[in-house]
Write a protein that binds this ligand. Structure first.
Ligand code: TRP
Ligand code: SF4
Length: 405
């Protein structure tokens, strides 16, 4: 595949941490469901990444992966719209990770902010391992393997996409230059035809000599349109534009997932580690019970005490789940003690249950038919392996590992 198509390819992964909750749904899954119809999407369970931190209890991993995949499907991520797979079932990820490790300075990895942050946050785990240091590089391998142009991630993962770009650039710099690269690039220019060739050359000059970013964009667009040169030539000319060699590994961009506004039951961000979640599988009774037990504005000790919705986590849930008219009703009712907290919570409970109902219906169907899930993932694994194999053939070749026996 060429760097042209990579702009339309999206890849993202999620570590299997067990049952998903509404924070995952509003923060990640809803976005994936949308993206899968707009791009060619690869979504995978990052089980090796889970092992980098939880290598001491691997027993849960398989169940966590299965639960997570069913939750994805329940949320509307689709095995026909997107390729869904499990990282460890595509062992090519390990090979690419190894090969990239040859050219990645240790200092790049030590500098990634999550390295020290997570070691401090997860103090009870021993993360002074080689595998944990390599976490972002394994992620780079995940991304570069599929030549994904866009990587939807939260703000905490942007540094990982950034190091991926650096690794790709270094790799292309080291291995992208064929011995006769310039001659081949010049020959490719001629194959585009006189007019396009002239335009390409002048745009390239404008970019390289004056840093004219618009010229770079125009030249890229020009290349994309070219029908009469080979994919290899096209890639050469993409590389030639920026002065480097052939682009073997495409530099991805982070597609920043809008920060989820999803508040947890205590008003902090919803997160398993805070114990403030509503999971996608909670029954209506569980949802109801959890919301009813939510703390409210402490000023409302008695039903007759007025309160302030700004000081109440229930009102934050209203922002996600109810309309303007209801917000007005809460504001007015809370401040005048016209409504009780139980009344106020009711529309939130109803809206959450209504949102979860179709997901739970789908989850039940998939759980009743594990073979269907297995098949979706088996097909996804196979599609992923095919794409991965293509990349590795090229990577092995430029690294001098193309043995023929
Ligand atoms: N590190 C990511 C996270 O914790 C998961 C992940 C692994 C990932 N590989 C990836 C995300 C590749 C995007 C692309 O959320
Ligand atoms: Fe919170 Fe609603 Fe009670 Fe006001 S009425 S304190 S917003 S739950």
């Amino acid at each position: 595949m060429s760097s042209v198509d990579s702009q339309r390819r999206v890849l993202s992964g999620m570590r299997p941490t067990g049952r998903l909750h509404l924070g995952h749904y509003h923060g990640v899954l809803k976005n994936w469901v949308k993206l899968q119809h707009e791009y060619e999407c690869f979504f995978f369970a990052a089980d090796w990444h889970a092992l980098t931190t939880h290598y001491e209890n691997p027993a849960d991993i398989e169940q966590n992966v299965t639960d997570m995949l069913v939750d994805w499907l329940a949320a509307g991520v689709s095995g026909s719209a997107a390729t869904l797979f499990i990282q460890s079932q595509v062992p090519e990820h390990a090979e690419l990770h190894l090969l990239l490790s040859m050219v990645t300075p240790v200092s790049w990895l030590e500098r990634v902010p999550t390295y020290k942050d997570q070691q401090e946050k997860l103090r009870d785990l021993d993360l002074a391992t080689y595998g944990f240091l390599g976490y972002p590089l394994l992620q780079s391998a995940d991304i570069l393997m599929y030549r994904a142009g866009l990587v939807p991630v939260g703000a905490d993962q942007v540094a990982h996409v950034e190091i991926t770009r650096e690794v790709a650039r270094r790799f292309n710099h080291l291995y992208g230059r064929e011995p006769d690269f310039e001659a081949r690039a010049e020959a490719a220019i001629h194959k585009m035809g006189k007019k396009a060739a002239k335009l390409y050359s002048s745009l390239r000059k404008a970019w390289q000599e004056t840093g004219d970013a618009e010229a770079l964009e125009t030249a890229r667009a020009l290349l994309k349109e070219q029908q009469n040169i080979t994919l290899g030539d096209k890639e050469r000319l993409f590389g030639y534009l920026e002065g480097g060699g052939k682009v073997i590994l495409a530099e991805p961009q982070a597609l920043l997932t809008p920060d989820s506004k999803m508040p947890g039951l205590d008003g902090q961000k919803m997160s398993k580690s805070y114990g403030n979640t509503i999971t996608l599988r909670d029954s209506n009774d569980e949802v109801s019970e959890k919301v009813r037990r939510m703390p409210t504005d402490p000023a409302r000790v008695r039903r007759t005490d007025p309160g302030d919705p700004q000081k109440c986590p229930v009102f934050q849930l209203h922002q996600v789940y109810t309309d303007e008219a209801t917000h007005g009703w809460v504001q007015q009712g809370c401040r005048t003690a016209g409504i009780g907290c139980i009344d106020c919570k009711k529309p939130v409970i109803d809206a959450i249950c209504a949102e979860l109902a179709p997901m739970q219906q789908r989850a039940r169907e998939f759980e009743a038919n594990p073979e269907a899930v297995r098949l979706i993932i088996a097909e996804g694994n196979e599609r992923a392996r095919e794409a991965a194999r293509d990349t590795l053939i090229e990577v092995r070749q430029v690294m001098g590992l193309q043995y023929r026996q």
